[in-house]
Design a protein around this ligand. Structure first.
Ligand code: NDP
Length: 279
């Protein structure tokens, strides 16, 4: 039976550390402010935004939210971002994705000042990560590095396989593991013999977007398995990209869904806001 990596507990620990840091900053006259923009009435997005606001409140970050109607024009949204870029009290700007179809996500993300890009999605942040310069890291992969490290597993020299190559999870995940001196393979939908590739992994990160896709046959005995996927099954139960029940019998450690990677994503967003204020 494998060890369960408790993302909720590790995220709580990080939030408590940040709470102290926010207090210290307040003591020296610096407040931390986050602007959260939500366009439209997508229920899942509204829940995510609400969770982010609650987490901000807990650590003492002042969050200001802009809940805009679904028919907001791209021009108006860009104008709001332009104003927030200039606003001194706002250290971070977060635009909840996905945006309505008539709005170009790329244009919106690049309109955010790289100094306030707390989601780490701006091309400048991505470029900085690529060349090893300091910058904002995308929250989900940054949270996964913290999960692995704080659970006591080393990354250096290990064989890591990331399944998925999206700009927000797979690619930055691979770069961060490389920065930690792992040997990294990125697999995707065109990868041949996927089971053979994933079975080499000491650390396997699943960001496939397919419920219970990674079964025990994909996993090496004793591997550390990180499940990024979030899916709601018919009975409103949640599951990830990994078949937890099966894989836990084989892995040394595994993240559950919920309670694994998810809480870490929010914790790292808060960490980026604090970092932005310090800069
Ligand atoms: P995307 O859909 O953007 O990317 C999925 C990746 O999986 C693609 O690179 C795709 O390959 C690859 N893939 C799809 N099918 C296969 C297959 N059969 N074999 C191998 N690779 C395959 O998803 P995201 O990266 O945005 O998200 C992944 C999952 O993580 C989702 O479930 C999402 O909900 C969740 N998520 C969770 C977060 C959290 O906080 N816990 C945050 C962000 C996402 P190709 O490029 O070739 O198409």
């Amino acid at each position: 039976m494998s060890r369960r990596i408790d993302g909720k507990a590790i995220a709580a620990q990080i939030k408590d550390e940040l709470k102290e840091e926010v207090l210290r900053l307040k003591g020296s006259g610096v407040t931390v402010g986050l602007a959260v923009i939500l366009v439209g009435e997508d229920t899942a997005s509204a829940i995510y935004v609400n969770n982010k606001k609650k987490a901000c409140e807990y650590v003492g970050i002042e969050s200001v939210s802009y809940e805009l109607p679904a028919d907001t024009s791209q021009e108006d949204l860009l104008a709001l971002i332009g104003r927030l870029n200039q606003e001194e009290k706002i250290n971070g700007i977060l635009v909840q994705l996905p945006l309505p179809e008539h709005i170009d996500e790329e244009a919106v993300i690049t309109a955010i000042s790289p100094d306030k890009d707390v989601d780490g999605f701006h091309t400048e942040s991505a470029g900085r990560l690529l060349v090893g310069k300091e910058g904002f890291l995308p929250c989900t992969p940054a949270g996964i590095i913290q999960l692995i490290r704080r659970s006591g597993f080393s990354i250096e020299g290990k064989e890591c396989v990331v399944v998925g190559r999206s700009n927000i999870v797979g690619k930055p995940m691979a770069l961060l593991l490389l920065r930690e001196n792992a040997t990294v393979t990125v697999a995707h939908s065109k990868t041949e013999n996927l089971q053979q590739v994933t079975s080499r992994a000491d650390i396997l990160v699943a960001a496939v977007g397919k419920p219970k896709f990674i079964t025990a046959d994909y996993v090496k005995e004793g591997a550390v398995v990180i499940d990024v996927g979030i899916h709601r099954t018919a009975g409103r139960k949640m599951c990830g990209d990994v078949d937890f029940e099966e894989v836990q019998k084989k892995a040394a450690a595994i993240t559950p869904v919920p309670g694994g990677v998810g809480p870490m994503t929010i914790a790292m967003l808060l960490a980026n806001c604090v970092e932005a204020a310090k800069r």
